[in-house]
Design a protein around this ligand. Sequence first.
Ligand SMILES: [Zn+2]
Ligand SMILES: [Zn+2]
Length: 282
Amino acid sequence: MLDKPQLKSMLDTPVAERMPREIAPGVFWIGDCLAQRHKGKSYHGYNAAYLVAGTEASILVETGHPKDFPVIERHMNELFGRGVAPLKYLFVTHQETPHCGGLGRILKNFPDALLVGDVSDYHLAFPQYEHRMRSMNEGDEIELGGRSLMAVEPVIRDLRTTWWGFDTKERVLFPGDGFAYSHYHEDGHCGLIAEEAVSLDLPDVSSTFADLALFWTKFADMNVYCDRLDHLIARLDVKIIGPTHGLPITDVKATVPKVQAGLKAAALMPESGTNEKVAVAS
Ligand SMILES: [Zn+2]
Ligand SMILES: [Zn+2]
């Protein structure tokens, strides 16, 4: 993991000033939260994006929710203004709105950028950008200068077309929906990494998210998937995790088991459905 002094604590920084946040040298967490109500509680979730900057080029991982595009664009331009290498690539983990909802606007506003990853169907929505789409397979790498972004096995995924991303220099894993959990705005969790949000019950919020968003986990043996996840983390020597919906994880050894506990707990509960149930009058 990072040396502690390298990752400055954000606990004393006002929420509005926490982003963009450099979670590892040259890896910037950008975007905004989305508030949702479920069972009378207000949950905040991220639809985050990450900018990974090499010496020659930067790659944007995910685009954020469509509503977040102005924030994402402002954060990126702030970073480019600071001298971060220009945007040459966009990698999205899969074809779902909170992950790729800004894709058309990124390709329009950054005419030199190529779309990389699994590019199925995007040409149907954006035929004008089809010549800028490049398909990746597992192990393929995009060279950024001094580091690369690799497509890796998506152990816990939403769609079959998913790829996870991996920064080879700081060993940051971008698992899309793989580590998905909400946080509490009231507790000041916004813009914090998972280890700073000490009052966040990770097994609980992870199991809630799995219940609402990862339907298939109800019908699978999640022990097998969690073992496979441990195997991937060990094989790649992952140091940091940058999830799309959760808070970034900088202590993999301590925090990953808490998320896995949530996935395993959710798998044993019947699905609650995404709508509040109303009793039918007899
Ligand atoms: Zn998602
Ligand atoms: Zn928040």
